[in-house]
Design a protein around this ligand. Structure first.
Ligand SMILES: *Cc1c(COP(=O)(O)O)cnc(C)c1O
Length: 356
């Protein structure tokens, strides 16, 4: 059974929009896209529509993530990948996504936007471990589930999805659902990416992004990695020109070897700063639990989370609480900042300690 049988039939049936740049990507006298012959900003090239999937960027990202070019779709951050997957595979009012809260909030938003059901298999215990049995059970029993969102490392709990369990889930989901592994923080952990498994599994999708470990949240550049059949389905619904040409140019610069070296350096800096952050948090009475996780943030459980957030904000340090999530009422997520950010946070926490 091909992957098309899992997609919304109307998406499979529709004739995709064929943009001018897609039909005639090349050179010549371009009078086919109602563009201006000149830009207003000199030498900017902005008068022309960009390549829908710039070949050089696709190729560089394919090398970076270790997959063939045909397995890459470049997107506006991985948020766009989440949205595309939900729109392609979930029929409104009929199909569902599966998520394991507490987790990244955009899976739910994408489902709500599409009118898809949200099936939640909550994480359990003090460490918020995945409930693997319940997860497999849900996939086996509930035929509405079309997209399963896993996050490795997970946001905000920082834990990984093991290869063995992923394999089990892929088997359970075969011919039933797409398994998405959101690897937004993969560079921060030691476990290899699941991208190597894409070749063997048509229902596996990996999401990567330059927003976190590539220090480029403002760039809005992410990638979906999947077999070409899945990429082709997503290309049916993605905007005709998702990537602005200045973004493509900057993304290519970021993948030059000098910047690759800097990125490696950044990783070791984050790792050292995370140790420093953990030392600032250790042995404080009001912190009841520290979940270090495998990413560039730490989750802590505290008394009076709301008041602590306010105290920090009043002293100019913004950390993340989860007032809307009942399972995270006592938790706060702290990103690994610079040495001086962390030192300042330490001082603000010292002040707080005196008041409680
Ligand atoms: C930050 C984050 C994203 C969003 O990434 P963009 O590429 O900036 O859209 C996706 N998934 C998770 C788990 C995240 O924490």
């Amino acid at each position: 059974m091909g992957i098309e049988s899992l997609a919304r039939p109307e998406i499979v049936a529709m004739k995709p929009y064929s943009s001018a740049r897609k039909e005639a990507p090349g050179e010549g006298i371009l009078l086919n896209a109602n563009e201006s012959p000149w830009p207003l900003l000199e030498d900017s090239g902005l008068n022309r529509y960009p390549d829908p999937q710039p070949a050089e960027l696709v190729s560089r990202l394919a090398d970076l993530y270790g997959v063939p070019r045909e397995s890459v779709l470049v997107t506006r951050g991985s948020d766009e990948g989440i949205d595309l997957l939900t729109r392609v595979f979930c029929r409104a009012g009929q199909d569902a996504i599966l998520q394991c809260p507490p987790t990244f909030g955009m899976y739910k938003i994408a489902a709500q936007t599409q009118g898809a059901e949200i099936i939640s298999v909550p994480r359990s215990g003090a460490a918020f471990a995945l409930d693997k049995r319940a997860l497999l059970g849900a996939v086996e029993q509930d035929r509405r589930i079309k997209v399963i969102f896993l996050t490795s490392p997970n946001n905000p709990t920082g834990d990984l999805v093991g290869k063995e369990f992923l394999q089990q889930l892929l088997d359970a989901a075969q011919n039933r659902a797409i398994v998405v592994v959101d690897e937004a923080y993969a560079e921060f952990c030691q476990q290899p990416s699941a991208a190597g498994m894409v070749d063997d599994h048509e229902n596996l999708v990996i999401l990567r992004t330059m927003s976190k470990a590539w220090a480029a949240a403002g760039l809005r550049c992410g990638a979906v990695l999947a077999q070409p059949s899945v990429i082709a389905l997503l290309r049916r619904v993605i905007a005709p020109y998702p990537l602005p040409s200045p973004v493509v140019a900057l993304a290519l610069r970021m993948l030059e070897s000098a910047v690759l070296e800097k990125q490696q350096h950044l990783m070791s800096e984050v790792s050292a700063n995370k140790e420093f952050l953990l030392r600032q948090l250790e042995s404080r009475e009001f912190i009841r639990n520290i979940i270090p996780g495998e990413a560039n943030f730490v989750l802590i459980q505290v008394d009076n989370a709301d008041e602590l957030l306010t105290h920090c904000a009043e002293h100019g340090v913004i950390i993340r609480g989860f007032p809307a999530d009942p399972s995270l009422q006592e938790y706060i997520r702290i990103s690994v900042g610079s040495q001086s950010d962390i030192a300042t946070l330490g001082g603000v926490l010292d002040e707080w300690e005196k008041t409680v």
